[in-house]
Design a protein around this ligand. Structure first.
Ligand SMILES: Cc1ncc(C[n+]2csc(CCOP(=O)(O)OP(=O)(O)O)c2C)c(N)n1
Ligand code: SF4
Length: 245
């Protein structure tokens, strides 16, 4: 039994990745024995439903403001374990400034960044992570970089910032990748508990509803398109850097 998960049926769409990622987070909270002192931040987006499923304290934040709210809670309650759980629209569009500055200040919380390449909750508008040529309701012929710029690679963008302790990108397209994503989460939790700095785990996740696909088609599309533009792996790990030095 995963104590940090409530016995609820999911309200997410069939084939959505949020449920798998919620479960991974809950398992890691349990394995670290953090349930009683964990505080999740669930901002606007489909992630706002997290408090229906997680069996620990969850605070809602306005769209894009999760990193600011997480900063305040972490600083006021250093004994709590704070994790923000954010979509790409939330983290990399409206919340860009909060994200970059929280990372640069080395705030001691974990961000779980769910990259589904689209605005999910509001019906499929283009996100900063929408791929070139990918259709969205606000670019029905596909994203054109001449008009909309290029998809933002968040891990690569944050990599140079001194306050960052851990950055990794995983995916939920195969059982093997789900297990790797869990390993990334465990490392991020450990470094945040050790007060090493800001830790972010990006997880590539299907949104079959807004991609206009069946769940199996969405998994195949993620593999063929997202994995090539958003490579999986660890982008920064201060503990590994120390070992090498
Ligand atoms: C200040 C503000 N602007 C816009 C919105 C509308 N809004 C709600 S959810 C959302 C997009 C969420 O997309 P994302 O963060 O990628 O999460 P997902 O739903 O895909 O998990 C937007 C634009 C809002 N609620 N508040
Ligand atoms: S709209 Fe997309 S992200 Fe939201 S619950 Fe449905 S599949 Fe998941």
């Amino acid at each position: 039994m995963v104590r940090s998960m409530k016995p609820e049926r999911t309200k997410y769409c069939p084939g959505c990745g949020h449920g798998i990622i919620h479960r991974l987070v809950a398992e890691v909270v349990d394995e670290f024995g953090l349930r009683e002192r964990a505080i999740g931040i669930a901002p606007v987006g489909c992630s706002v439903l997290a408090d229906l499923y997680w069996n620990f304290d969850v605070v809602s934040a306005a769209h894009g403001r999760a990193a600011a709210v997480a900063t305040g809670i972490t600083r006021a309650n250093p004994d709590c374990f704070v994790l923000s759980y954010q979509g790409d629209g939330d983290l990399a569009a409206i919340g860009t400034a909060e994200t970059i500055h929280a990372a640069n200040r080395g705030e001691k919380f974990v961000t779980v960044f769910v990259n589904n390449a689209i605005y999910g909750m509001t019906g499929g508008q283009m996100a900063p992570t929408t791929l070139i040529g990918q259709p969205a309701t606000t670019c029905q012929l596909g994203r054109d970089p001449a008009i909309a710029g290029y998809p933002i690679r968040v891990c690569e963008l944050l990599q140079t910032l001194g306050g960052v302790a851990y950055l990794a990108r995983g995916s939920v397209d195969t059982p093997k990748n789900v297990l790797a994503a869990k390993r990334h989460l465990k490392k991020a939790f450990q470094l945040a508990l050790d007060k090493r700095g800001y830790c972010l785990v990006e997880i590539l996740s299907p949104c079959p509803t807004n991609w206009g696909m069946t769940p199996p088609q969405a998994i195949a599309w993620l593999r063929e398109n997202m994995l090539t533009y958003y490579p999986l792996g660890v982008f920064k790990d201060v503990s590994a850097e120390e070992k090498r030095a």
